[in-house]
Structure formats: C-alpha cells, structure tokens
Write a protein that binds this ligand. Structure first.
Ligand code: MG
Ligand code: MG
Length: 290
C-alpha cells in the first residue's frame, strides 16, 4: 500500500502557545496534587476520578483522553511492566509499585499532554534508577527542541542519555506534535540521528516522551486492547512534557520553564513534583502517539 501523504506540521503563534501552556499548567498542578495521593491501597480508578474532577474544575477544561479513540479513562494509569495506555481499574497500588500517569487536557480548543511516573511508597533500587534515568532522558530530549535543530536531535539526545545506563528505549511508541489535537504531526521518535529528520522551527509544539524499560525494548498489547506492556515483564517508566520551539529556547508548557542554548533554565517554571531519586517522583507518550 502506498504511504499516505502526511498532513503538514502546523506552527503556533505566541498567543496559541500561551493557550496550550494554560492547559499544561493545569496538568502540572494536577501532578503536584496527585503525588500525595499515589499511595499503597489507592486504586487507579480512584486516581482517575481525581484527575477527572481536578481537570473539569478548571473553567472549561476537559480530560482530552476520555473517549479519544474510545479510551475509557480520563488518565492512562500504567503500573510496573505496563508502559502506556493502562486503563484505570479497581486494582489497588501496592508498596513498591511504580505507576505512570499520562494526562491530556483540552481547553478552549487547545491541548497539552504530560506524563509522570510516580513511586508508590518506597520503591526498589531498580525502579528508582529507572525513573531517574527516564527523567534525565526527558530533560536531555527537551533541550534538543530548538529552532535550527532537527527532530532527529531529540531521539539522539535520548539515546545519548540512556545508552551508558543499559536501559532499553521503547522504540515502537513515539512522541508527537500537539495543538488543536492531542496527536498532530510530526512523530517524535525516541531513537534518532542528530541532524536528521524534520527541521525544527519556531512555533512548533511537540510532546516529548521517552519510555524506557529495565529489560527488553519489545512490547505487547494486553487482552484489554489498550494496555501496552514490556514483553519480558520488566519495569517501565514514562515522562512527558509538551514543549514549544521559541526564540529563547525550548519552553516547557507543562510546568517546566525555558532553557537557553547552554542548557541553563532562564525563565519560569517551578520544579516539577519532588526530586529524582530513591524516594522520589520522576516525570511522563507513543510509533503510536502516546
Ligand atoms: Mg503524548
Ligand atoms: Mg501523554
């Protein structure tokens, strides 16, 4: 079958980027509220209800994933070996679990998308390390979202950050453009070659979202038709930010700030929930946009 023609990448004006950032700030505030609620005994369905109520309490905002491709939840809640697209359920989280919570918000016709992997109580060393490495991979990827670069720089940054650690990069799931729709062009692979792919231009807004695993990079979809899990059952983590290409550098629209060409934060953005480490939270995608 001939490859279909891809729609063009839509550039966003500063006002449009601000509208996306307003959605993103709701998700950043949501994750701060979720952190103390992610505890042993809580069900992913209870977390999903909290997400739904929190988002809808913000003046016209709606959870963008609810009903998207018929997804039943307001958040994706993916536990342990689950990578993305976990369906909220009565499953109670247990001490030592990790749960990746992925949320999209739509308001006044614009969308933002962000994900964060939370520890449930005290987690083991493998889990803590995985979360830290995945967060660092997101940080490296965000810094590559700059005018004059290429989309391949983003995946190349993820590879550079992850290769020394021995963790696996899930390559069959990708990030994506975002704006009026949650999933727009281009696809943003987490495996890339610096200097290759679509040139990055001011006004592009991308959801950047490395997904890593302790073991294999191979995945499978569970019988529920949604949940994607590692094939070997090893732990997986996922952090995602919505990021705009601006004159000043990459601007994280989901709670982060703006980075200059030296990789220093120059404006905005209180740090996200917690700090990376053993007892900590770390941040949250998908060839399927996630
Ligand atoms: Mg996404
Ligand atoms: Mg997402």
């Amino acid at each position: 079958m001939a490859e279909s023609r891809r729609p063009p990448v839509r550039l966003k004006s500063p006002d449009e980027i601000r509208a996306i950032a307003q959605c993103g700030e709701i998700i950043a505030a949501l994750f701060a509220e979720l952190e103390p609620r992610v505890r042993p005994g809580v069900s992913t369905a209870a977390l999903d209800r909290f997400v739904d109520d929190f988002v809808r309490s913000h003046n016209g905002a709606v959870p963008a994933f609810k009903g998207l491709y018929d997804f039943p939840g307001s958040a994706c809640t993916s536990v342990n070996e689950e990578v993305v697209h976990g369906i909220p359920s009565a499953r109670a989280l247990r001490e030592g679990d990790i749960v990746s919570i992925d949320v999209g918000v739509k308001r006044r016709g614009w969308c933002a998308d962000s994900a964060y992997t939370f520890p449930v109580g005290e987690v083991g060393r493998d889990a803590a390390r995985l979360m830290a490495v995945t967060y660092e991979a997101l940080d490296a990827a965000v810094k590559a979202v700059r005018a004059g670069g290429h989309v391949g720089d983003i995946g190349a940054s993820v590879v550079s950050a992850v290769r020394p650690t021995g963790h696996a990069i899930i390559r069959d799931l990708v990030g994506h453009g975002i704006g009026r729709a949650i999933h727009e062009e281009p696809q943003v692979s987490n495996i890339g070659r610096a200097g290759f792919g679509l040139p990055l231009r001011e006004g592009m807004v991308l959801a950047v979202e490395p997904m890593l695993a302790v073991g294999t990079d191979r995945i499978r979809t569970l019988d529920d038709g949604w949940t994607v899990a590692t094939l070997d059952g090893s732990l997986s983590a996922h952090f995602e930010h919505t990021v705009a290409v601006t004159q000043e550098g990459p601007a994280i629209l989901t709670g982060g700030g703006i980075w200059d060409s030296a990789g220093e934060k120059v404006a905005g953005g209180a740090p996200r929930v917690g700090t990376v480490g053993a007892r900590a939270t770390v941040p949250h995608s998908s060839a399927l946009p996630s």
